[in-house]
Design a protein around this ligand. Sequence first.
Ligand code: PA5
Length: 428
Amino acid sequence: MVNINIDGALCFPGARPDYEAAKAALKTLTEGTGAGNAFLGWTKLPFDYDKDEFARIKTCAKNIYENAEALVVIGIGGSYLGARAVIEALLSPRYNEIPRKGPKIYFLGNGINGEDLAQVLSLVEGKSLYVNVISKSGTTLEPALAFRIFREKIEKTYGKAEAAKRIVCTTDKAKGALKSLADTEGYECFVVPDDIGGRYSVLTPVGLLPIAAAGIDIDKLMEGAAKEAEVCLKDDPEINPALKYAATRQALYQGLGKKIEILSCHGESIRFMAEWWKQLYGESEGKDHLGIFPASCVYTADLHSMGQYIQDGERILMETFLSFDEPRVKVEIPATKDNGDGLNYLAGMEYRKIYAAAQQGVKKAHMDGGVPCMEVSAPALDEENIGALIYFFEAACGISGYMQKVNPFNQPGVEEYKKNMFALLGKK
Ligand code: PA5
């Protein structure tokens, strides 16, 4: 379901994808013989997940969908970005403004900003409120602080017994402060599997519960991921787009010294898919003083802000366009009698077609400017294709990380700021 076109990278002499190395990396991944092999649960997830828990997610999500007017989803990093990415892609980035069934959804605990919290507290006032707090470790400061505040709010509003029915925790099966609290208070809990790291966890309860509570069909999401997994674990770059993507970006990095990859997205809806992708690749590959820095743009808006640099700044960039072939809504340009704006040459043309021309024009310009380009696309922006894209990017990330000879499944660097912050805050 995911298509990749790497022609725009192959035009650059010196960027030859090393498919033998990519296949070896894939073998390391599928045989579980590489660094971080205790965190490969995501590779089998679309076929091998806890069906009872999946059914429980759907029941809990249905209850929230039907009874909540506001759902506050508390989490950060891998416990946040995937759900937001899927919800924005499949509903709209304006999901709280467009008329639809189901609760308004607020993501919190993804920063340290009292203003955000105060705003959401006032927005949910008087609304039927549910909270899903998500933290694998159960100890991360940002979500823990937000949960402290929203737990108090929900208990004050409904009393402890009813609050316990409105708070749902997604955390480790046994350890962490959140799990202990949930057991003491009797909150419903969902498990973040031991063998899946935060940034690979969108297809676990971490992502699935808020996504389902937003009214999105998680069966289809999993089906799309399962279909994509069938091709992304194959040993043949002609069939497997993940092998092609991983091998090409590593060729551009290792062969041509392109140190930054821009994921250029078509439209606002997939802005957060790019945010999710940035964590996936940045946290997986950025270690041992190595790694491609993942950046993103939304086109065509960012051509009017970042376009100059991409065209003409430091030649350290590669670019991957991400788009969907079929628009969900077709909007045609109308003809006008006076043609006062001179745009009648576009009359009758559909927006997606205009964007296709823009993307090809941009790609040519950027390549002429020395930026190797790839194109990743899926036929439509729907549950199955988003599931497929998630699996594609995850598989390619594992392969690419092993090609770069790092452990793609740890994140030791994330701890450094915490040590300093806790020392300054006087944590014992
Ligand atoms: O990918 C990761 O491991 C991190 O981004 C974590 O997801 C993030 O730090 C949140 O951690 P936790 O779920 O333990 O609160």
